[in-house]
Design a protein around this ligand. Structure first.
Ligand code: FES
Length: 109
């Protein structure tokens, strides 16, 4: 297991313990932890609704794919530390990383 920290749009922080050996990506982990990430394309780097910013640990993540960069280019709030969480495979190098959700939907009550 590894630990990552997630900040939601309101800035509330949670430490998540995540299995690094199940072939999951970060978007799947966020949904499993009940963050309201739409991920409408199902992880194909085509919707941008799984956008996160990496506050710590950027250097330990793999390089962007062309598809990820193309999608990030279309997002008005993308910064140099932006990633698509569906393109971030969970692995041991991610231990200690901090992510801020940029596209979390408000949960309807
Ligand atoms: S889920 Fe659509 S771009 Fe990540």
């Amino acid at each position: 297991m590894i630990n990552i920290t997630v900040l939601n749009k309101a800035g509330e922080e949670r430490l998540l313990e995540v299995p690094e050996d199940m072939g999951l990506n970060l978007m799947e982990i966020l949904k499993a932890n009940e963050y309201n990430v739409l991920a409408t394309c199902g992880g194909m780097a085509m919707c941008g609704t799984c956008h996160v910013q990496v506050l710590e640990g950027m250097d330990n993540l793999g390089a962007h794919s062309d598809a990820e960069l193309d999608m990030l280019d279309t997002l008005p709030d993308a910064e140099s530390n932006s990633r698509l969480s569906c393109q971030l495979q969970i692995n041991e190098n991610m231990d200690g990383a901090v992510f801020k959700l940029m596209a979390e939907e408000d949960i309807a009550v």
